[in-house]
Design a protein around this ligand. Sequence first.
Ligand code: ACO
Length: 426
Amino acid sequence: MSKKTMTLTDNRNGNTYELPILDGTVGPSVVDISTFYKETGMFTFDRGYTSTASCRSEITYIDGDKGQLMYRGYDISYLANEKTFLDTAYLLLNKELPTAEELENFSEEMKKRSFIHEGMKKLFDSFPDRAHPMAILSAGVSALSTFYFDHLDIDTPQEYTEMANRIIAKIPTLAAFSYRYSNGLPIIYPDIKKGFTENFLYMMRSYPHNYVDLRPIEIKALDTIFTLHADHEQNASTTSVRNVGSTHAHPYAAISAGISALWGRAHGGANESVIRQLEMIGTVDRVDEFIARAKDKDDSFRLMGFGHRVYKSFDPRAKALKAIRNDLVEELGINSELIEVANKIEQIALNDDYFISRNLYPNIDFYSGLILQSLIIPKVMFAVIFVIGRTPGWIAQWIELQEQDVIKIARPRQLYVGTQDRTPEY
Ligand code: ACO
């Protein structure tokens, strides 16, 4: 069978180049330009990589037009509705969903590894009051490597599997401790009897000798948020993890870089912005004014939590969370002005031609912001919750890179537009 190619003509000199076309199992084909510079002496230019596939991957597939998201071939709604976050983490790491016994073993492994070295408390102590938990978390994950310096061999699958488990298990503890220390609150150690998600909520909300009773719906809501964030293809933080991993850095360094990338308000900060905006609108009678502003071409105001760069028919993650939000509000009897403001905005946007014609429906951040608020998670922790969910995805991507036959160090080139030849005669 002849290979598929694309012919490119350089109109300046009539030279033609044959570029191979590669097909995936599903989704757009790609033009292989890996020898382009060698053959043409030119680079390609693609700011923000909007037309560039940076790797082959078997982990996550997104079809933005259809509103489809799959991890390892499983639809996200199946995983969100029928499986737990630990099932999903196991699937991302091991390519298959766990059997009941494998899940039990994985869960035990997570519990056993959830404690952090007592020496790490000095690290938390060294940050000033109100230090941002994302800063502490990123430093904490990097610092974990110093406690396991005998086990940083990234060429041994057994060692990097251990690193993976260690990071996933300890991230909730580091995250909860980051918050408690930065607010001067007593830390709560993990409870070996509690499951992964319950343990995190427990460490966030309990006090010594006053252990919070968590309702199953609260644990389910947070667990679903973790599942829906577990991976999202080659986004900015995942690309950062892969770039750092391409230099043969260990997962602690790569995940720490991923956390830093996620901290940016254009990435992990969107659901915090949703709540800040709802609080700013404040009362139901002001909603119409802000809807009018969102529709006004001369006003830069945008409704936070509406629209998505990739999902153009709907955000499948938002669909799963909307049901959870409704259950949570009903079961906990939440009745706040904030929820009423959110409900009114949602109703207007879902029925207004401005929003419908531009595919501006509520995205994952709209619902996750409201759910986290209902779970009494402080806004400053919203991006941290995203990190806990995304860590298995980042690690799966790091492992996939590591298991390739050849690892190419990520090294893009540039279009130089600066000055030249300024050195004086000397
Ligand atoms: N409110 C009001 N109008 C909007 C909104 C919004 N949230 N989003 C887009 N529009 C309008 C634009 O003004 C534009 O109108 P026009 O065609 O009359 O000029 C049209 O919809 C298309 O907008 P673009 O910016 O071209 O759409 P794009 O797909 O590039 O942007 C984005 C997507 C950035 C998410 C945008 O919808 C937005 O800013 N939303 C609010 C912020 C937000 O919720 N971000 C989180 C996204 S989810 C995530 O990242 C995990």
